[in-house]
Design a protein around this ligand. Structure first.
Ligand code: GLA
Ligand code: ZN
Length: 689
């Protein structure tokens, strides 16, 4: 079992192959999770009538229906699902049919209490929510395979079936289980990965604190310990937990492929969710036929649309650039954040179409009809409690028509300008305990670099550090703490061949076992950056440093400084004060045909722009048209043509240059020269020719 996913191709099934898109859906997907089991059957006819009114093309069915489909062990009731699928089919609505394996029934846990997951401090979860699963449990695996098989046998040939939706959001709410079954499974994983106990000792550095194991049998999951546990063990446990969930996904997928050939299989990811911290989506992207993703606005005071764009770009990248599907988002507020504001008028459509701009072949929601009961009754839906006499409903109907008018762009690909390196495993490693500063957060660096690129109107592809980068003029490395030597070699070759690289501090520090690369930091990047880092000197809470350039420009850093020793690199900005006063803060190294920039303190997104300016010049990326930073300009291109998306998040009209005449698809108007995009609106121009 490889520790890091192989390099390119980092992709699911490419578009154009029959399995890359829902079967029998020539238009974009528009719809949502449909949970009619929460309502009397008499409501279904109204549901379907309103779905038609809204232009719904596909719904996801059965995600939490195990207890209804199998009310007692071995007793199956498929009648209601037969009637439902028939009704949807009669009305031309395609079905994304779920395996309900995220929510085993109560009877299952009565028979198999050991399938309930256990926390690192030894507490077993109870039934009564969802996702209470020990993924190593043989009983769970057998039951999941059984219900999947029965569904596949019954519905494989159903004319409504467009897509299989396995499980729901692997990785949440439980990302790892620490029970005895998992302990045994972990030992098997270790044996497969390292062969011998000495292989484990070596990889984990168990000479430290006397942690040496004489036998694999002595090894447990990283359960509660008096103080910090072994970081390499923790890291491997995340890999193991990820691999274990993936085994279960693959088992279901293979049943579906065998019994239901020709129907693509997906599972809904949450690519950019910070809480989803044990899923390596590079590896998952290769296992699904179609990448799908759930995205909810995180209302923490930051610019929500930037996180949305980042999520969409990351999802597309996990799909290897192929079209993907926004499986869930919200029509208005959610119900699981501390404060859940309603979306402003027009915001839902802007969100949906921003995902489409960045590669989604549709816009789906959680959920169709707002629940009256249960944990999510205050979560918005396409059809709210207020019914059709509501703003949300009117906007849903309008959005259905808008999405429909974009149908010809299905299958086209979003065009990216630059790449940002991203690796879940590095993020996991960086998040372990006892690091130089708890204020440094790898995810924050990725967000800030992304934001700075977004503000320059550059479209970002994310790439695995070992992927082929030759297509990108600029590659940004935001705090990639864990970096293999192979990744370092990859970056070196990229720069030598003419690429421009921008690297943040605390990159290239440890290898895949969380062991510091030999010699001075940053091991695999010393040559490419033309420097070494003698020591880290993180700042105290609230402390800032000034960083100045020869031209007098000054920037402000916080959280981190370090003592950089140039070994070939030129100093561009210097620390004016703080622990590293007089030493280089930002450097640039010419290597082969390219150049490599290094920034050794934490600059905010605004100050990062000062660094990205000259780096973009090195990369030959011309400045974009003068547009406010909250206006997105993104392109999709393919056989059916080139589509220029403009998403205006500002409160004022903007005039966006259109480089060739075309037709604006949402209004049907001709567009040329400068296109007026009203406040809060989206425009999509299909360029002529
Ligand atoms: C997740 C789940 C859905 C629902 C939504 C609510 O994405 O997949 O079932 O709980 O969150 O935001
Ligand atoms: Zn377990």
């Amino acid at each position: 079992m490889p520790l890091t996913p192989e390099a390119a191709p980092l992709t699911g099934t490419p578009t154009g192959t029959p399995l890359g898109t829902p079967l029998g859906l020539p238009r974009l997907a528009f719809g949502g999770d449909y949970n009619p089991e929460q309502w009397p059957e008499s409501v279904w006819a109204e549901d379907v009538r309103l779905m038609r009114e809204a232009g719904v093309t596909m719904v996801s069915v059965g995600i939490f229906s195990w207890a209804l489909l199998e009310p007692a062990p071995g007793v199956h009731e498929f009648g209601w699902l037969d009637r439902l699928l028939e009704l949807l089919h009669e009305n031309g609505i395609r079905v994304d049919l779920a395996t309900p394996t995220v929510a085993p029934p109560a009877w299952f846990y009565r028979e198999h209490p050991e399938a309930l997951p256990v926390t690192a401090d030894g507490v077993r979860h109870e039934f009564g929510s969802r996702g209470a699963i020990c993924h190593s449990s043989p009983a769970y695996r057998a039951a999941a395979a059984d219900i999947t098989t029965r569904l596949a046998e019954r519905y494989a040939a159903h004319p409504a079936l467009a897509l299989w939706h396995v499980h729901n959001e692997y990785g949440v709410p439980v990302s790892a289980c620490y029970c005895d079954t998992c302990a045994a499974h972990f030992r098997r994983w270790l044996a497969a990965t390292y062969e011998t106990v000495d292989g484990v000792n070596e990889a984990w550095g168990t000479a430290f604190w006397g942690q040496r194991y004489a036998d694999l049998e002595q090894i447990n999951p990283p359960r509660l310990t008096p103080t910090v546990g072994n970081p390499a063990q923790e890291l491997d446990y995340r890999r193991f937990a990820d691999a274990t969930m993936r085994e279960n996904f693959v088992a279901e997928r293979d049943i579906l492929h065998r019994l239901s050939p020709g129907i693509p299989v997906t599972t809904n990811f949450m690519t950019a969710l910070s809480q989803c911290d044990t899923v390596d989506y590079w590896a998952w992207g290769r296992e699904v036929d179609l990448v799908s993703n759930d995205h909810y606005l995180i209302t923490d005071g930051r610019r929500t649309h930037v996180n949305l764009a980042m999520t969409a770009d990351l999802t597309r990248s996990v799909a290897g650039g192929a079209p993907w599907l926004l499986m869930e988002h919200a029509t208005s507020g959610v119900s699981w954040q501390p404060r859940n504001p309603a979306k402003a008028p027009g915001e839902m459509a802007r969100n949906s179409l921003a995902h489409v701009a960045r590669g989604s072949d549709g816009a789906m929601f959680f959920q169709w009809r707002q629940s009256r009961r249960g944990a999510e009754k205050f979560h918005s839906a396409m059809l709210p409690h207020a019914g059709t006499e509501s703003r949300v409903w009117r906007e849903v109907v309008e959005l259905g028509a808008a999405v429909d008018s974009l149908s010809t762009l299905k299958g086209t690909r979003t065009v990216a300008d630059v790449a940002v390196l991203w690796d879940w495993q590095s993020w996991w490693a960086q998040s372990l305990q006892w690091r130089p500063s708890e204020d440094h957060d790898a995810r924050e660096r990725a967000d800030s670099f992304y934001e700075a690129l977004y503000d320059r109107h550059l479209t970002v592809d994310f790439a695995h550090p070992e992927a082929d980068l030759s297509a990108y003029p600029l590659v940004v490395v935001p705090a990639l703490y864990l970096m293999t030597q192979a990744a370092g070699d990859n970056l070196r070759a990229y720069v030598e061949q003419g690429g421009t690289l921008v690297v943040s501090y605390f990159s290239g520090i440890v290898d895949e076992h969380d062991a510091v690369h030999p010699g001075a930091y940053p091991g695999p990047l010393r040559d490419v950056l033309g420097l070494t880092v003698e020591e880290f000197s993180p700042l105290l809470a609230g402390q800032q440093v000034r960083v100045t350039a020869v031209d007098g420009s000054a920037l402000v850093g916080d959280v981190w400084t370090e003592f950089v020793v140039p070994r070939g690199a030129e100093t561009v900005w210097t620390y004016a004060d703080g622990p590293a006063a007089g030493l280089p803060a930002v450097t640039r190294n010419r290597l082969g045909e390219g150049s490599a920039w290094y920034v050794s303190t934490r600059l905010g997104a605004g100050d990062l722009d000062a660094l990205l300016g000259p780096a973009c010049e090195d990369a030959g990326i011309a400045p974009r048209a003068e547009l406010p930073r909250d206006v997105e300009v993104v392109r999709r291109s393919g056989e059916s043509g080139t589509y220029l998306f403009t998403v205006n998040h500002t409160a004022a009209e903007v005039k966006v240059p259109v480089d060739a005449p075309g037709t604006e698809l949402l209004t049907g108007e001709r567009a040329a020269g400068r296109l007026a995009v009203p406040a809060g609106a989206v425009r999509v121009v299909r360029l002529d020719g």
